[in-house]
Design a protein around this ligand. Structure first.
Ligand SMILES: Cc1cc2nc3c(=O)[nH]c(=O)nc-3n(C[C@H](O)[C@H](O)[C@H](O)COP(=O)(O)OP(=O)(O)OC[C@H]3O[C@@H](n4cnc5c(N)ncnc54)[C@H](O)[C@@H]3O)c2cc1C
Length: 303
């Protein structure tokens, strides 16, 4: 189906500075896994009005719409997406007032961690090296090295597609737990986030961040595309250790392989497909079940 009127309205919105867009954008270029066919419309709102315009236009033209941050926790389908994706990339303002930070959902966690370090603000060191956006981080309650977003998020503002209204979640309303927030399974798009940090010494904060990054580089297969840890922790077990002990390090389906460096990562060795990753993930899950009687749960989102 050719959406002539829809494209005309997108062009208008683009001229007004509300958004930019690309047609038939390869999702392999929008994902840390480097996997995925084209999305029919890749939409990048520049402002909140742009977000609203995207919701309006896609609803009016019955074009399915999904939201993506940095695409660092997602496996996109090989056949692509016959609809639209709103990428939050350009919703990336940052306001710092004392120890309170307000930032757009699209800003990268690593960029934000570096910015606040320069201001002598501590609490986001753990985010340095996580390749996701702030919004994606809140959605997943991203964390590392004993830190997680739940410790520093004060408020988040969203637009709810279901009700067509804006709203705010504060503190416990986020329902944070391990890699979980109240945003999961809803129609809410996180627009911006307020964080409460603590004053600290910029040099010390920098040293902690550098230490975390060095640990990532030494332990994680950052030289290959991936979507981070493939599976969640299972209570009482280290999933990567289970996979390693099952003899699966290096095991591959096509170009999708269990990393030799860190068994918790499934990597793309070149031209892995979504189907190969799924087959490998299913095989790992099955093998761990046979050996231990437990069902490990994937962390990677199948789009
Ligand atoms: C090398 C590597 C290392 C990693 N290390 C870590 C780590 O240490 N800790 C960790 O927790 N994760 C880690 N990850 C995984 C990933 O970076 C995080 O889960 C991150 O929070 C995902 O953010 P994103 O913006 O990329 O989200 P995406 O992958 O774009 O999206 C993930 C989900 O969030 C939703 N979403 C994104 N933005 C919004 C929004 N604004 N509003 C509503 N929903 C939204 C999407 O719809 C999707 O369902 C790693 C990944 C890689 C590749």
């Amino acid at each position: 189906m050719f959406h002539e009127e829809f494209i005309k309205r997108l062009d208008e919105a683009q001229r007004q500075g509300l958004l930019t867009y690309q047609r038939e954008k390869p999702l392999s270029k929008c994902s840390s896994f480097r996997i995925g066919g084209p999305v029919r419309y890749a939409l990048y709102p520049a402002t909140e009005e742009g977000v609203l315009e995207i919701f309006r236009l896609t609803a009016e033209h019955s074009i399915p719409l999904r939201v993506v941050g940095s695409g660092s926790n997602i496996l996109f389908p090989d056949e692509g997406v016959d609809g639209a994706i709103l990428f939050t990339r350009d919703l990336s303002f940052v306001n710092i007032e004392g120890t309170t930070i307000k930032a757009g959902a699209g800003i990268g966690l690593t960029t934000l961690a570096s910015l606040v370090q320069k201001e002598g603000l501590s609490g986001l060191e753990f985010g340095y090296g996580i390749p996701g956006s702030l919004g994606g981080g809140v959605y997943m309650n991203a964390g590392a090295y004993d830190g997680e977003l739940s410790y520093v998020v004060k408020k988040s503002r969203y637009y709810d597609r279901a009700s067509g209204s804006f709203g705010t979640l504060s503190g416990v309303e986020h329902g944070f737990s391990y890699r979980h927030s109240a945003y999961m399974g809803t129609d809410k798009v996180i627009l911006d986030v307020e964080l409460e940090l603590k004053e600290g010494d910029p040099a010390e904060i920098r040293a902690t961040m550098d230490d975390y990054m060095a640990r990532r580089k030494s332990k994680q297969p950052l030289e290959y595309p991936s979507a981070g840890s493939a599976f969640k922790r299972y209570p009482g077990y280290f999933t990567a250790k289970l996979i390693d002990e099952a003899g699966l390090k290096g095991y591959a389906v096509g170009d999708a392989a269990v990393s030799e460096k860190h068994a918790g990562f499934v990597i793309n060795k070149g031209n892995a497909t979504s189907a190969q990753v799924k087959e490998l993930m299913a095989l790992i899950t099955q093998r761990i079940y046979e050996l231990h009687g437990i069902h490990i749960e994937r962390e990677i989102i199948y789009f």
